[in-house]
Design a protein around this ligand. Structure first.
Ligand SMILES: [Zn+2]
Length: 229
């Protein structure tokens, strides 16, 4: 196997991770729909969906470890010995199975998409409970102003498409924009401070960002309403 073939496979695996992420978003979306129906029978499906999400998270994690193991093995290859490529596969197999063996399933609960799934459902169910307890309508003006602030990304200044919440400082950004900023800072060998004015969080990490599916749906449905009017 040639080095370029290996690199091709690695990039296929990365795009596969992208698809896994999309799949997990879809499952979460369906779960939110179910949560909103308030149908007790339908809600029984949550456990199954959570299991699906966890399976995807596990696969996603294994791909990450595999890609990382291969990259490290390539890095360690002696440059002047093309025949060293032959031992690459064995080396990777051995290291990969050793690393995978030590992973725990509890760690999967911290996977971004797993957290997003659970938070979405809990929030919907909580909202639904509050709603039945307090049927009085909220002051609509306040609700609108609050949502407008929330819906705008502090980086792009436009409405977010894929909102993520920073679990450290609770600020929201558009996923693309904040990941771009983090990448830029990393290339400058700097930490990425939270772009929200007045926020003291000086180190925003990708692992702190949790996709907010409920907000994403709110933005989409508001957009559909605006398009209609
Ligand atoms: Zn912040």
């Amino acid at each position: 196997m040639s080095l370029s073939a290996v690199n091709g496979t690695l990039s296929d695996l990365r795009s596969c991770q992208g698809d896994l992420g999309t799949g997990m978003d879809i499952v979460t979306d369906v779960a939110i729909d179910l949560a909103e129906t308030q149908d007790e029978e339908l809600k029984a499906g949550f456990a199954e969906m959570e299991a699906t999400i966890l399976e995807c998270a596990k696969l996603d994690r294994e791909i990450s470890y595999f890609v990382d193991t291969v990259e490290r093995a390539i890095h360690e290859l002696p440059a002047q010995e093309p025949e060293a490529m032959f031992s690459l596969s064995d080396k990777v197999k051995e290291k990969f199975s050793r690393r995978i063996a030590n992973l725990s399933d509890t760690e999967l609960q911290k996977h971004q998409k797993v957290v997003a799934f659970k938070e979405s459902i809990n929030n919907i169910l909580k909202q639904a409970n509050q709603h039945t307890e307090n049927m009085e309508e909220l002051d609509e003006d306040i609700a609108v102003t609050q949502s407008n602030v929330l819906l705008t990304c502090p980086l792009t200044q436009v409405e977010m498409v894929n909102p993520v919440k920073n679990k450290k400082c609770n600020h929201y950004y558009d996923q693309e924009a904040i990941l771009g900023l983090i990448r830029t800072r990393v290339s400058q060998k700097k930490k990425c401070g939270c772009p929200v004015v007045g926020c003291g969080n000086r180190d925003v990490k990708q692992s702190d960002l949790i996709p907010d599916q409920i907000l994403r749906r709110q933005i989409q449905s508001q957009k559909r309403q605006n398009d209609r009017t």
